[in-house]
Write a protein that binds this ligand. Structure first.
Ligand code: ZN
Ligand code: ZN
Length: 298
């Protein structure tokens, strides 16, 4: 887990974040994702300055191991001076050694956030799910941590004042907000009641706006007027040219179906897997991966 540096904002990793959500659904299935309907509760990872450092860290680690359904995994937490925030040794298990940066000795309330990310590395390691390259793999780890209910801790560890800033993880605050919002929309959950950081609220708001935009893209019936008008124009163009493929800046693409009718493909707003439906007015589709029912006007 990375540490320090200026805080990056916006949605620079959105493509990889979305690919991570799709990969999670493919590897875990709809049913397993549903077993993560409850988030980590604040009380279960609370860590006061009067708690014993090692016993407290072990207790929080055990709670995260339980949350991720890793019954036989045992985490051994230690502290040392290091440039990174935290690190985990991915061995065969069932014991895993996690190192936390020495500064967590005096920033105990963020130990839950650091461990949420590191224990997710163990979870993904056991699943055999990874992305090539450190950057993409860390984005997958942050996204999975957040989508499966422990990532609100990472967003809440983002704090800024006139003198200093702190952020954990590889996603920007807004991207953590986006994944948290995708989860909130799926499970009808409001994670913002757990935030202690004012900056976390703002980032969550921006992430939620981005997540809602996913649900308001044509051909979904929730699309706005401007989107529908553009869609109608693109569809006319595709009908005249026997399919137009993908166009820059729009999430949908028209393809001819042999000599049959025109079809349109677009990303599922929940899991981002591409859905393909015939172009013939009102269509109800069901995503095969995440089972979301999609009302479309094609
Ligand atoms: Zn990591
Ligand atoms: Zn889906």
């Amino acid at each position: 887990m990375a540490n320090g540096g200026p805080v990056q904002h916006g949605f620079p990793h959105l493509e990889t974040v979305r690919a991570s959500i799709t990969a999670l659904y493919r590897r875990l299935s709809y049913d397993t994702v549903q077993t993560f309907a409850a988030s980590v509760a604040p009380v279960d990872v609370a860590f006061s300055d009067t708690d014993d450092l090692y016993m407290g860290a072990q207790r929080v680690a055990r709670e995260l191991v339980r949350h991720y359904h890793l019954p036989d995994a045992r985490l051994i937490v230690s502290f040392r001076e290091m440039s990174h925030a935290a690190n985990v040794e991915l061995a065969a298990g069932p014991e895993y050694f996690v190192e936390l940066n020495d500064r967590f000795r005096t920033h105990r309330r963020d130990i839950g956030a650091a461990l949420a990310h590191e224990v997710m590395h163990v979870y993904l390691h056991r699943l055999g799910l990874s992305f090539p390259g450190t950057r993409d793999n860390e984005i997958l780890t942050d996204t999975a941590t957040t989508y499966l209910g422990a990532g609100w801790l990472l967003l809440d560890a983002y704090r800024e004042d006139a003198a200093s800033s702190q952020k954990l993880g590889y996603l920007t605050p807004e991207e953590f907000g986006y994944v948290l919002a995708k989860r909130a929309l799926l499970f009808a959950e409001d994670p913002s009641v757990w935030f202690t950081s004012p900056q976390a609220y703002a980032a969550y708001g921006k992430g939620m706006a981005e997540a809602r935009r996913d649900e308001e893209q044509p051909p979904l019936t929730a699309a706005g007027w401007a989107g529908r008008r553009r869609y109608a124009r693109d569809r006319r163009h595709a009908q005249d040219h026997h399919g137009a493929g993908a166009r820059p800046g729009v999430p949908y693409a028209f393809t001819p179906d042999g000599r049959g009718p025109l079809r349109v493909s677009f990303p599922c707003p929940t899991c981002q897997q591409r859905i393909r439906v015939p172009v013939r007015g009102r269509v109800r589709a069901r995503c095969g991966l995440c089972r979301t029912v999609l009302e479309c006007d094609t």
